[in-house]
Design a protein around this ligand. Structure first.
Ligand code: BES
Ligand code: ZN
Length: 643
């Protein structure tokens, strides 16, 4: 093995990349950064001009880009590691480039080989010092005519992108389970890659697992593959590395239709198929609005409860939390959301995490359009109204105004910090604003064309705004002003031009709530039998501060809110219980925190416990719950409780 001793100069380059001084955050779109879109490429030479503006990667993707990843890995549950090789194809954008820089984090690199003229040779490489956020740059010297490298490596049991569950942590209790979460920058804890959404790769993989387990990836899946411990995958469409995904466990499959189905542990498979039975209608609605689904199969996998998100849009195989299986299809907007990412996010990708709203805001918008198409305006407006309440709170709580801009500031500390309600809900509301001003008849075809024109490319906020000006605004110059657009994208808070969602159903709920608060009505007499989960959420979230214990008790007695099985309703109620010091809810809250690992719930519950001086209780619960949480959730809650 030849390990390169870096000259001081190249180390300095690595260090510079790691802590590059943030660019001014208020350059109002005048930045010269050029995205990956074809419009900037010189197609005759297939060479693209790329400015490196993702500070969360070490990769020299402006000079050399990986194009294909071929994994050959043992999934070793005893050692809790993936162990094997990664072969990487690449192309030079800069013909003078002499090295390929990859991201790694907590990987053990065993050897690097390089292929030149069909022959494998020992490679020369170096690893930079480990950074707790970024990991280590793996720099491989490129021989003149080299066309592929092969890295033998293994992951670490503490890889943030992988959760290894013991049999006891699964529902079936007999077999272990592994699942990955690569977004935002954890693909590098799974394999050496250029871990930036500005780069796209195709991939193939061979996984060896214990024979009784099934392995799945964000790639083609044959639902009838024999369960024999040897699985092959191919992902022919280029994806950003954050969409690499693996799940291995005692997983079963049931079809919804000929190209949509559900994978889950047996205990929840039938219930999941029933809960998500309307996914084909969602696909139809989405395709009707924005063009065909381009990824082949679309399957869902219902993961163990420690999955830290509601859903993750891994291509061809969305990952979902089991807390969506409420029994009444009330939380399926998350499926609409992950499916919508097949257009916004997976097809057209934010080139940089500062532009996360291009993924999440667009997706939240499309999600709502699909929910409206399937279930009508009333439900869509209720979801908008609940979201808007959340956005107002997030804006009020923002640590600094720049964090409420759609274009996030360049000095973001962690890519996860870009994924707030601002990216999701302010982002979606920007598109509602555009829809209202240009009219659906013009805005819908425009968005469809946008997805088509940028398919399989990564784009920046500025690319979108330019496209909007050229393809829509130019035809209807009076629909919006430049100042209005700037206020949305580069300004703080919620612009005055935002839609005010008004739900008649919510107004009725509010009126009843007032009657109860005024003492004109007993809780037991509130006609709530036909309330949807949304109406319950509105009722609970809008309870005023300062309720007495007697009032909490009255609500609880009338509606059995403590211990309710709908995770969203339970979460909303426990937040109020914590704020109001309503102790009888604590045993059930304890159970909830011990059994649910979904970040959206548990980060805020621990945060609220801390804010209301119940840190000792929170620490006691967390001490027991922590080992069951995903590494991402552990990091986040460690920070919340130690803040
Ligand atoms: N892509 C996100 C999940 C994510 C965000 C993973 C940031 C890692 C870093 C996913 O599409 C998502 O937004 N999930 C939401 C669902 C929702 C808003 C309907 C969730 O998990 O709650
Ligand atoms: Zn999303």
């Amino acid at each position: 093995m030849t390990r390169l001793k870096f000259a001081a100069a190249s180390l300095a380059v690595l260090a510079f990349v790691a802590c590059e001084a943030p660019k001014s955050s208020d350059n109002h779109g005048e930045s010269e950064s050029v995205s990956m879109s074809e419009s900037h490429s010189d197609s005759s030479h297939d060479v693209k001009t790329v400015v490196k503006d993702d500070k969360f990667t070490y990769a020299n993707y402006d000079k050399v880009q990986m194009t294909h990843l071929d994994l050959d890995l043992d999934v070793d549950f005893n050692r809790k590691v993936l162990d094997g090789t990664a072969k990487i194809d690449f192309k030079k954008l800069d013909s003078k480039a002499t090295e390929l820089v990859l991201d790694t984090k907590d990987l053990t690199i065993k050897s690097v080989q390089i292929r030149e003229g069909g022959e494998w040779k020992e490679g020369t490489y170096g690893l930079s010092d480990a950074d707790s956020l970024m990991g280590q740059a793996l720099t491989v010297l490129l021989l003149d005519k080299a066309d592929q490298i092969k890295i033998a490596y293994q992951t670490s049991p503490k890889a943030e992108g992988l959760q290894w569950l013991s049999p006891a942590q699964t529902a079936g209790k007999k077999h272990p389970y592994l699942f990955s979460q690569a977004q935002a920058i954890n693909a590098r804890t799974m394999a050496p890659v250029q871990d930036t959404p500005a780069v796209r790769i195709t991939y193939s993989a061979k996984l060896r697992t214990p024979p009784e387990l099934l392995a799945l990836m964000s790639a083609d899946q044959d639902p009838n593959t024999p369960r024999d411990g040897e699985y092959s995958f191919d992902m022919p469409q280029p994806i950003p590395p954050y969409l690499l995904a693996i799940a291995v466990g005692d997983i079963e499959f049931k079809a919804i239709n000929d190209h949509i189905g559900v994978y889950a542990e047996k205990y929840i498979l039938d219930a999941s198929v029933e809960e998500f039975s309307e996914t084909p209608l969602m696909e139809d609605a989405n395709a009707e609005l924005y063009g065909p689904y381009r990824w082949g199969r679309y399957d869902l996998i219902v993961l163990p409860p420690s999955f830290p998100f509601g859903g993750m849009e891994n291509p061809r195989l969305s990952f979902l939390t089991p807390t969506l299986v409420a029994g009444d299809k009330s939380l399926t907007n998350v499926v609409a959301h992950e499916l919508a990412h097949s257009w916004s996010g997976n097809l057209v990708t934010n080139a940089n995490w500062q532009d996360a709203w291009l993924n999440e805001g667009f997706t939240s918008y499309v999600e709502n359009r699909v929910m409206e198409a399937l279930y009508g305006e009333e439900r869509a407006v209720m979801e908008q109204a609940l979201d808007m309440e959340g956005l107002k709170r997030a804006v009020a709580e923002a640590k600094r105004p720049e964090l409420t801009h759609l274009k996030m500031p360049a000095d973001l500390e962690h890519p996860d910090d870009a994924f707030t309600s601002v990216a999701y809900i302010k982002g979606a509301n920007f598109l509602f604003f555009l829809e209202d001003r240009f009219g659906r008849e013009h805005f819908d075809p425009f968005l469809k064309k946008y997805f088509d024109a940028h398919a399989f490319q990564s784009v920046t906020t500025e690319d979108f705004i330019t496209y909007l000006h050229d393809e829509l605004h130019a035809d209807f110059p009076d629909a919006v002003t430049r100042a209005e657009l700037d206020a949305w994208v580069y300004g703080p808070g919620i612009p005055a031009t935002a839609r005010q969602p008004k739900s008649d159903a919510f107004e009725k709920v509010s009126a009843l709530q007032s009657n109860w608060l005024d003492g004109q009505m007993r809780a037991a007499d509130i006609p709530s039998e036909n309330w949807s989960t949304h109406e319950w959420l509105h009722f609970i979230n809008s309870l005023p501060e300062g309720l007495t214990t007697a009032q909490f008790k009255e609500l609880d007695k009338a509606f059995s809110l403590t211990g309710t099985q709908n995770a969203e309703t339970a979460f909303a109620w426990y937040m109020q219980a914590i704020r109001g010091g309503y102790k009888p809810a604590m045993p059930e809250l304890n159970k909830f925190l011990m059994s649910v690992g979904r970040g959206k719930f548990i980060y805020r519950l621990y945060g609220a416990l801390k804010a209301s001086d119940q840190t000792a209780w929170a620490n006691r619960v967390y001490k027991k719950a922590r080992k069951g949480y995903h590494p991402i959730a552990q990091r986040r809650i460690d920070a919340i409780l130690n803040d």
